[in-house]
Write a protein that binds this ligand. Sequence first.
Ligand SMILES: Nc1ncnc2c1ncn2[C@@H]1O[C@H](COP(=O)(O)OP(=O)(O)O)[C@@H](O)[C@H]1O
Ligand SMILES: NC(=O)OP(=O)(O)O
Length: 311
Amino acid sequence: MRVIVALGGNAVLRRGQRPDADTQLANVRSAVRTLARLAARHELVITHGNGPQVGMLALQSAGDPNLSRPYPFDTLGAQTQGMIGYWMQQALQNALPGRQVLAMITQTLVTAVDPAFERPTKFVGQSYDREEAEKLAGEHGWTVARDGTAWRRVVPSPAPRRIVETRLIRQLVREGVIVICAGGGGIPVVRDERGRLAGVEAVVDKDLTAAMLAEALECDAFLSLTDVPRVMRDFGTPEQTEIAHTTPHELRAIDFPAGSMGPKVEAACRFVETTGDMAAIGKLDDAERILDGSAGTIVTPNGRWPLTSTL
Ligand SMILES: Nc1ncnc2c1ncn2[C@@H]1O[C@H](COP(=O)(O)OP(=O)(O)O)[C@@H](O)[C@H]1O
Ligand SMILES: NC(=O)OP(=O)(O)O
């Protein structure tokens, strides 16, 4: 099978951890143990989040007295692709000697008139209590929003339209390369009337980009791997229940929060609706069990996996 994995930024920097490089590298090495087992059995394309990291770099940049203005989010996105891509590439090379692994700088086309620029939803950086978040928002001109019980900075997250480097990614996958690409959803860029690319201030959702890429690369499965074992009904209430096997139709009848589970569910539904193939949301460590149907929330057109006829 050709499998695309979207790895949450939280897998690289867990909630509450200090963002030291060695902490993140240790998390990447641990994630790569699972990814390497997948790569041994399947053609693997890896995308990853960057929410915690891009927010941290933005905060550092905002506090740098030598700068006349903080680095823009496209440039910060590129920095996170380089940093996380490097950690992953090296960890995979060490885990799978003899295999070709490449982390690519990847740009994602968005449109400048996307309404998302007026309505920031993408959580970046660390969590704060409400008072501190509002204080920082006042100091730096941020928008902040509630993420579960905590507060975080939010930035615009326009819809991904196309990955500029799609053809190259396809070529590399066909040649057996394990490609790490579209990190942080891809660096958001727009194309002007003369066809030239330029970066924009945003962070694209990596699950939406991954689903789009999965379709373009004709992947058989799209796995969004995060820190919860399954999508839940009535999440965060005493009545919460795990959803094991489901359909896009069933999932679309449930409300999920923007900026966290919402885009994962939307991405999974879009991939299944467009391709008729399988998408799943679950825990990184369960990736292999998700593919055999015994873990995660598995989304298929008829709610069954492996896919079977309903006739
Ligand atoms: N209905 C739900 N079921 C499961 N988790 C949910 C749900 N709604 C919100 N969440 C939250 O979504 C989080 C995963 O989204 P996110 O933090 O964006 O992950 P990642 O960084 O791994 O992509 C979970 O840790 C959980 O707190
Ligand atoms: N860019 C992005 O979607 O990052 P996270 O997965 O960390 O939210």
